[in-house]
Ligand binder design. Sequence first.
Ligand SMILES: Cc1cc2nc3c(=O)[nH]c(=O)nc-3n(C[C@H](O)[C@H](O)[C@H](O)COP(=O)(O)O)c2cc1C
Length: 202
Amino acid sequence: MILKPVKRMAYLPMPVAFISTLSADGVRNIAPYSCLMPVLRPLDLVCLASALKRDTLNNIRATGEFVINLAGLDLADKVIPTARYSPPEADEFLLAGLEEKPSVQVKAPGIQGCYAWMECRLYKEYAEEEYVLIVGQVVHLEVADAVYLPDGSLDVERARPLLMAGSDKGMKYCTVREAHRFEPYGALFPGGKDPVAAGFQE
Ligand SMILES: Cc1cc2nc3c(=O)[nH]c(=O)nc-3n(C[C@H](O)[C@H](O)[C@H](O)COP(=O)(O)O)c2cc1C
C-alpha cells in the first residue's frame, strides 16, 4: 500500500515522554512530546522537535532547562490532561493531578511515578519557520531501581514504557513486551571491540 508521506509517524512507534519545565515566573508546566531522540550513542545529547506555540518551548528558552520524564502505560491517562491547551499561568501538575519529584541539577521538577528522568540544559536550538529542534544536554540521569537491570538496560516488562502508534484518527498507546534478542555493540565493528565502551562504565 502506498500512503501519503505525512502519515510517516504511524509506522514508527514513538515514546510519549512528559516534558516538565518552569516558566520565568516559576509556573510548573507539563507537555507530552513524542518527537524525541537521543543524538548518537556516545554523546549525552537529546533532541526534541517542538512546534512554535508551546509553553514548553517558551519555558526552555526562558530558563535553559527541562526534564524529560519517561512514563509507563499506567500514566497514559495523564497524556490528554497535559496535552490540552491550558494558559501559561496554569500549574499543570495541579491540573493533571501529578506530584513533583525534586530535580538534582535543574530547577524544573520531575514527575513522580515515572520510571526514568533526564534533567537537561538547553545546548542549542535550530529554529525553522514551522518548528524548532531543541538539543538538550543530559546533566542528570536517573532510573527507578525497580526497572534497572544489572547489564544497564531497562526491564521493559516492568517499566512498560508508554509509546504510541499514530493512526488516521488518533493515538494508539502501546508498549514493548519483551527483549527479543541480544547483540553486543562490538558486533558492529571489525575485531568485535566497541570503541566507545569505556564511556558507558559507571
Ligand atoms: C502523544 C502526544 C505527543 C506529542 N508530541 C509533541 C511533540 O513531539 N512536539 C510538540 O511540539 N508537540 C507535541 N504534542 C502536543 C503538545 O503536547 C500539546 O500541544 C501541549 O498542549 C503543549 O503544551 P505546552 O503549551 O504547555 O507546552 C504531543 C501531544 C501528544 C498527545
